[in-house]
Design a binder for this molecule. Structure first.
Ligand SMILES: [Zn+2]
Length: 416
């Protein structure tokens, strides 16, 4: 008998994504607002639960709001596939939601093909990935990586405590640890996500197989100079904290040329000048520098060069300086066997593809510290994401979804 073949039903997938995106839509802007633990986030989770239950999956929600729908044999380690359902404020229609929808569509296609998986498949929709409270809460909870005490102190940009936001939605923060899965209970974590960058579109490729995810180092820098009159203070007698900041900013391109790679990203994203008044020389400047690369040693060299640049800008401009490392997430190389499974299935499907890094963080990165994890990208039009203009062509989505489906079946093993 020929092997049964499971095929993605593109219309059904489109309807599922459309269903998810009835939640949190701002009709005026076209943006989606399902930030972690908001009412819209909870409502979409309930709806997604109902969908999975109607499909006959064994559905559960854990103590931090992660959703799971299990199919296949009872017990034993599973293949987990999915992504997040929360969005950034005014986010797009595809970020996260597409990966969760594709995972459920894969389960539906496997069921429709009459396949019996040898390994259970768990469809996952993770919680608070986007970072209202820091991000990756769901995958950190599954993989037992929530730091002690963090949950009680984390707050969003408006000062709302994560613990209060959780309690308001019926979760007990002190039970978050119960969400951790046992070591060995997840054989592989697979995620499909939009690229959120311009590479695949630029190279006219259908899918990207991610090899590694950039690490993130956040530095906080403070230059202390002397606030003084902008008219009476001669240029050579100033301690101008803005000029120090500007010198550091303009040194970044050269630093990347010397010490960086094609994957290096260095960003001064937030700046505060004081007193921030047109007629006064800046007495202090405070800014963040974020360093990203897929290699930890490259990140270290970039950091050294940047600290040297900061020190010399301080010396030039008679400034005192303070640098603090606020957070560090190491780069993560994703599982090689899963990458090879994705590549073999992409070849078999005749999909144009490449291996590529990810500059953005994803649940797969968090999960890799706990179990083998893999991530594929589908193209983002104009590289736009976290905005209502976010778009991926359905022809590409169908290809990426079929690749996910075939890889699940390959890793899980199936008989008819
Ligand atoms: Zn995302």
């Amino acid at each position: 008998m020929p092997k049964p073949e499971a095929k993605i039903n593109s219309g059904r997938l489109k309807a599922l994504l459309g269903g998810i995106n009835t939640f949190g839509l701002n009709a005026e802007t076209g943006g989606f607002n399902r930030v972690g633990f908001s009412d819209a986030d909870m409502a979409v989770r309930q709806w997604f639960c109902d969908q999975m239950r109607a499909d006959g999956l064994d559905v559960s929600m854990d103590s931090v709001g992660n959703l799971f729908g299990r199919m296949g044999p009872q017990g034993g380690p599973c293949i987990m596939a999915g992504s997040h359902l929360d969005t950034v404020p005014e986010g797009g229609a595809f970020d996260g939601a597409l990966g969760a929808a594709v995972a459920l569509e894969c389960a539906r296609s496997i069921r429709d093909a009459g396949m019996n998986l040898k390994t259970p498949l768990v469809v996952a929709a993770t919680s608070e990935e986007e970072g209202r409270f820091g991000g990756m809460l769901g995958s950190q909870a599954i993989s037992g990586q929530i730091a002690d005490g963090w949950l009680e102190s984390a707050a969003d940009a408006d000062g709302v405590l994560l613990s209060d936001a959780m309690r308001a939605q019926g979760f007990e923060p002190s039970c978050a640890g119960e969400a951790a899965w046992k070591p060995g209970s997840i054989k592989a974590f697979l995620e499909l996500h939009i690229e959120q960058g311009p590479v695949l579109e630029g190279e006219k490729l259908a899918v990207g197989v991610v090899e590694g995810i950039s690490g993130i180092l956040v530095l906080g820098v403070r230059f202390e100079g002397i606030a003084n009159h902008s008219g009476t203070t001669p240029m050579n007698m100033r301690a101008d904290a803005f000029v120090g900041l500007a010198e550091v900013g303009s040194s970044i391109a050269g630093i990347i040329e010397r010490a960086g790679t094609e994957q290096s990203r260095v960003t001064v994203g937030k700046v505060e000048l004081s007193p921030n008044f047109p007629h006064t020389i800046a007495g202090s400047s405070e800014f963040t520098i974020i360093i990203r690369d897929t290699s930890e040693s490259v990140m270290k060299s970039l950091r050294r060069e940047i600290e040297t640049s900061i020190a010399s800008a301080a010396a030039h401009n008679n400034l005192k300086v303070k640098i603090e490392a606020r957070s560090f997430l190491p780069p993560q190389t994703l599982d090689l066997n899963i990458r090879e499974a994705f590549l073999a299935e992409a070849e078999a499907l005749g999909l144009s593809h490449r291996v590529m890094p990810s500059g953005a963080g994803h649940d797969a990165q968090t999960m890799q510290a706990f179990c083998p994890a893999g991530l594929i990208f589908v193209p983002s039009r104009n590289g736009v994401s976290h905005a209502p203009q976010e778009w991926t062509d359905w022809a590409d989505i169908e290809k990426g979804a079929q690749l996910m489906l075939n890889t699940i079946v390959r890793l899980a093993g199936a008989s008819d």
